[in-house]
Design a protein. Sequence first.
Length: 426
Amino acid sequence: MQRLCLHGNKPLHGEFNVSGSKNAALPILAATILLPGMTKIRNIPNLLDIITIIRVLRALGLRAEYSLSEPNTVTVWNQQVRHVAPYELVTKMRASFFVIGPILAVKGLAKIPLPGGCAIGSRPVDIHIKGMEGLGAKVHLEHGFVIAEAKKLKGNSILLDFPSVGATESVMMAATLAEGETIIENAAKEPEIVDLANFLIKAGAKIEGAGTEKIRISGVTRLSAVEYSIIPDRIEAGTAIAAAAITRGHVLVKGLKLAHLDAIIKKFQESGVKLNLTDNSVEVLAENGFQAVDIKTMPYPGFPTDMQPQLAAFLTLAKGTSVVSETIFENRFMHMHELKRLGADIKLEGQSAIINGVAKLSGAPVKVSDLRAGAALLVAGLAAEGETLLEDRDHHIGRGYENIIDKFAALGADICRVKPDVQTVN
Ligand code: UD1
C-alpha cells in the first residue's frame, strides 16, 4: 500500500525530464528471448512493471538486471529459455503475456497463463492466439494456461480483428523467426510498435512497414544480441503537460519526441493552453484559464486511451462542457467517480463522460483503481485546494511512472509519501 499526500493549488514551475517509454521497454525486453547472447538496453525507466518483466525473463531462465554503473540500463544474458511463464507474474501484469510469441518462435512450445481480468476491462487475448494460429501453431487452453505448439512457425497473411498493440507485437516477434513471409494487416501503428521493430531490425530481423497498418516480416534463421535505446514515454510527457496546465504553471517538459504527441498536443492547444514546441520539448505557459474540449480515444494516431484519465482531470477545471468518449476499453472511467469526490461535475452516459468545468477542486481522500486513474488523481490533486490523500493500495502509480513524486516535487508541488515505498530488483 502506498499513500500520497498532496497540498495542491500551486502552479508548477521548472523543468521536467521525460523517462524512457514503459510500453516500448516491456515488449523489447520480452523480445530479448529471441536474441541469444548479451543484450544491453538503455533508457529503461526504473519502475514496477519493468521489474515484473525482468522477473518473468528470470523465471524463463534468462539473466536480466539493471546495471549498477549505468543508469536506466538493463542487460539481459540469454543462454537458454524455458517454455513456461509463471502464473503469479503474468496475472500481475498483462504485458507478461506478450512473451508467448518469442517463446513459441524459439522453443516450438509455449505455456503461458491467461492474464485474467483487470481493472479497466476484460482485456482478452484472443487476437494474440489467432495470430499464433495464423503462424501455424496449435493452441489450446488447459488448467488456466494457453498452450501453443508449432515445430516451426510458418509465415502467413494475418488480419487482426482489431489493431491491438500487444497482439501486433506478439505476432511481429514470433514472425521474425518463422519460415517465409508474414504480413500483418490492420496492425497497430503506435510508436512503441515502431520501436520494437527497430530493435528487432537492429538484431537482424527483416521488417518493413512498422508504423503503418501493414507490416511485412521476412523470417530469418537467427537474431543476434544488440545494444539499443528506448524511445521517450509519450504518456508520461502528456501527464506532465496536463499537470503543468491544470496548475496554471510554467514548465519545460524535456526529452520527449514531439511527433509522438500530436493528438495530445492538439487537445491542449484547442483548450487554449499556450505551448512552445520544439522536436524534443514542450514549454507549457498556462497562466490563463482554459476551455472545454471533446476527446474520443482511438488507436494511434488518434487520442491515446492512456491519456484519457489525465485529460479528463484537466478538463474538470475548464470553462464549459467537455465530452470524453472512451472507445478502447469498456471500463476505463473509474477515476471519474474519484474526481467527483474532489468536486468535479461529471455525468457518465455509457462510454462517455460529460464534464462541466467547475471553478475549483477541493482536496479529499481518493482511491487509485489503476495506473492512469492514479495519474489523473495526481494531476487533479495538484490543482485541488487543501489536502488530497491518494490511497494507492496496489502501487499502481509506481507501476508506470519513474520517480514521479520527486519529479513533481522538483517543480514545486507539495507532495509526499505517507508511507515509504521501497522496491529494488537487484
Ligand atoms: C497496450 C498498452 C496499454 C494501452 C493499450 C491501448 C502496453 C504494455 N500496454 O495494451 O497501456 O492502454 O495498448 O493503447 O503496451 N483486445 C482483445 N483481444 C486481444 C487483445 C486486445 O479484445 O487479444 C482488446 C482489449 O480488450 C482492448 C483493445 O483490444 O479493449 C485494445 O487492447 P490492446 O491494444 O491489445 O492493448 P494492450 O496491448 O493490452
